[in-house]
Design a binder for this molecule. Sequence first.
Ligand code: F6R
Length: 367
Amino acid sequence: EKNGFDHFMLKEIHEQPKAYRDTIRGRVDESGRKVVLKDLNLTEDRIKQIQNVHIVACGTAYHAGLVGGTVIEQLVRVPVYNDVASEYRYRSPLITPETLVIVVSQSGETADTLAALREAKSNGAHVLAVTNVVGSSIARDADDVLVTLAGPEIAVASTKAYSSQLIAFYLLGLYLAQVRGTQSEDQVAHMISAIQALPEQVESMLENSDAIKAYAEQISHNQHLFFIGRGLDYAVAQEGSLKLKEISYIHSEAYAAGELKHGTLALIEDGIPVIALATQDSVLEKTVSNIKEVKARGADVMVITHEEHVASLLKSVDQAFAIPKTLPLFTPALSVVPLQLLSYYASLALGHDVDKPRNLAKSVTVE
Ligand code: F6R
């Protein structure tokens, strides 16, 4: 059932190209220029009335929502608010019928997320669920379901479900933008073709995982490390950090790169690994100066960036790992892959139970 892989997690990492293709299939029209989400109950009129979007979820699904929030804000120019489900409903969130609430849940059974959904519905919001399980409680209670077609995820550490949630958000963002007219037809078509290229790009990354494996073995001896990035890179950094903690039990923290100097820089000392994500060209120079800040304090820096920046970045970092070129909004669907492999191989090197980490359950049905 592991299809020749040693663990479900590795199998599921390798299933991502298929999960992307399945999640895209049927949601782009034949011309390749339009996103079609036929089954949505959310009418075009209601889409035009949306004043704000709340994205609510737990753990890895919350991290997918962070990417989704940026995508929707950029493409649709509507304010988005992200929250973890266990906080959301206790703060009396400002929900109106013009709020679109998106809940994200692989299992569709997470108690806090389900409770957040009910809170949103009782306040008149339209609730759209991004889930991997069609018959789940969350899918049943939501007004709309956008299914991720990742297939069953067995490993406790979520991989293909997270990345398929990103694909769902890309398609949803483009769809909302089409209806509200915030992106031109040509822009939408251009972005669709970039999304369609992602599965093959992930395949090419999976064929070259030796460098990440070696790096994982190297860092597995450390007690602490940091992930840094700006914008979408910060969102992915948070997911990379969670994944590493979850299965390797190595303590790590994800930091917005520009925020380090406001306190956390004090923790940077000789030899501490810092994994920098630098895929967002608009803030590349800023991230490079943050990389220099940690280098100057002795950090051992590995950067994840596009091939074209590797040579120049190698002047300031110790190692670089290149991801294929895509549009800035879509880099998370690629940059998360080396981070998944990093935590997998670190856990493996340490001899932990990769698929069943201590203290954790696949589906969290208690609050
Ligand atoms: C981490 C992980 C958890 C889940 C979280 C929400 O790898 O799997 O953080 O993402 O418990 O679960 P779902 O998505 O089923 O609501």
